[in-house]
Each structure stands twice: as C-alpha cells, then as structure tokens.
Ligand binder design. Structure first.
Ligand code: HEM
Length: 247
C-alpha cells in the first residue's frame, strides 16, 4: 500500500504541512488585507460583534494552523534526516541554506502568533464582549491591538520569503554548486540580522507610534505587501550571489 511506504508517509507529512501552511497563511492575509481595513470602516457596535463572532473563530484556526505547520515541518525533517534527502551535505547546499533561513523566519512567525498576537487579541476581544454587554471600554485594548497588528504585519512581511524559500527547495533552488563556507557564514549572519532586527522592531523595541520610519511597513497592508515582496526579491538575489561563490 503506497501510503505505508516511505515515499507515501513522506508525501503525507508534506501534504499536511502545505495544507496547514495554507490555513495559516490564508487567515494571516485575511486578517491583514481584509479584516483590518474592513473593521476600520465598521461602526463600533458592529465591529465589537464581529470581534466576538468572527475574529474569535478565525483566530482558533489561525493559531492551530501555525502549530500544525510547525509540527508537520518538523516531522518532514525528522523523517528525511540522515537519508539522501537531508544529509549533512544538503544543509550546506543552496536549497539547504534557503530552507534553514525559512525555518528561522517561520519559528519567529509562530512565536508572534502564540506569544504576541493571540494574547493581545484576547484583550481586544474581551474588551469587545464587555462593551457589548454594556461595560466600560478597557484602556488597555487599543495598545494591545497595536501590538498584535505590528506582529501580524511583520508575519506578512516574512511570509512571502518563507513560502518562496520552502517551495524553492524542491522546485527552483537546486542544480547549483554548493556555496563555500565563507559565503554560508555571511548568508547566516545576514539572515540572523534581518530576523532579529525586524522582530525587535515588530515587538515595539524601537517604538510603536505610527508614521515613523521604523513603523512605516506596518502602517498599511499595502506597505506590508511592498516590504514582503522586497524581502523575497532580496533573498533570491542574495541567494544568487552566495551560490555563485561556490567552491
Ligand atoms: C510560515 C510557515 C511555513 C510555510 C508557509 C511553509 C510552506 C511550505 C511550502 C509551500 C513548502 C513546499 C512544499 C513542496 O513544494 O514540496 C514547504 C516545504 C517544507 N517546509 Fe515549510 N512552511 C512553513 C514552516 C515550516 C517550518 C516551521 C518547518 C520546519 C520546522 C518547515 C519545514 C519544511 C520542509 C522540511 C519542507 C520540505 C522542503 C523540501 O525538501 O522540498 N516549514 N513549506
């Protein structure tokens, strides 16, 4: 039976990985490109009802989609470790370094979902429910919404690069020579600098006020899309430079 062969199980894990990644990314982009601009146009009572009935449900699928993407990604790696797929040489190859970079960004994204977006959205939704029930508005809700929005926009910025890099492992980053050790080191330094710099910014370490140079990428979803596209193009170009330093 095909499904119980090694190839079948590998295929099943990959399928579940892409399925849950669709779930997560679909809802991430729904929140960023559809919900946030639409809620800005709703009157407060309608918005509070929507937080209560719609956002609450969407967040369940969103955070569990993130967890499932992480879990199935780890399963794919564990399943292929040590064989021809992910042996030591693989992690030094062009596809291997792109996959590792994507994993770093994806872990940060999952952290943002569970440790930043979800706790802050709970404050926002609790406030919406309290106001709907006739209670006072919670002054902690607007700053919580801002923290969640910045992390969510940052995840959108990372998302294009992660998908491009993961997809490229099997589909377009292969067939190049192995980059030399120095190029790999430079590659990883840059990946970590981008990951840490962007994430600290998303966590508000350089300020959360809108309209400042450090928050410009979070101010509208159009800006987030520009930054996401720019980052993905930058990584393809950087990959090109790194792998041409083969040897
Ligand atoms: C934002 C989160 C993520 C998204 C959107 C995502 C998406 C994808 C996509 C679209 C593929 C391509 C499947 C193919 O063409 O075969 C893929 C492959 C893969 N992903 Fe992810 N992924 C995410 C997170 C992760 C994480 C956290 C891990 C590991 C811990 C991981 C490990 C892998 C592996 C090992 C592959 C297979 C690469 C190959 O050999 O072709 N992914 N992912």
């Amino acid at each position: 039976m095909f499904l119980l062969t090694k190839a079948g199980l590998d295929g099943a894990f990959r399928f579940l990985h892409v399925l849950s990644a669709f779930m997560w990314m679909g809802l991430l982009w729904f929140f960023n490109f559809v919900q946030t601009p639409a809620y800005a146009e709703l009157d407060p009572a309608a918005r509070n009802s929507a937080f209560d009935k719609l956002t609450w449900r969407a967040l369940w699928w969103f955070r569990n989609g993130a967890l499932a993407t992480l879990g199935t990604g780890i399963l794919v790696i564990l399943f292929n470790l040590g064989n021809d797929g992910y042996n030591g040489d693989f992690w030094k190859s062009g596809p291997g370094i792109m996959l590792s970079a994507a994993i770093v960004f994806a872990f940060i994204m999952a952290y943002n979902v569970w440790m930043v977006i979800w706790p802050n959205q709970q404050i926002v939704i609790a406030n919406a429910r309290n106001v709907l029930a006739g209670g006072e508005a919670d002054p902690a809700a607007p700053p919580a919404a801002r923290k969640a929005a910045m992390a969510s926009r940052q995840n959108t910025i990372f998302s294009f690069t992660v998908i491009m890099a993961m997809l490229g492992v099997d589909h377009f980053f292969g067939g190049y020579d192995q980059p030399n050790a120095a190029s790999r080191v430079i590659f990883y330094i840059l990946v970590l600098a981008i990951a840490v710099g962007f994430e600290m910014n998303a966590l508000g370490k350089f300020g959360t006020e809108a309209g400042k140079p450090n928050t410009i990428m979070y101010d509208t979803h159009q800006m987030a899309i520009w930054f996401a596209s720019g980052m993905a193009v930058f990584f393809v170009l950087f990959f090109e430079i790194v792998v041409t330093k083969a040897g």
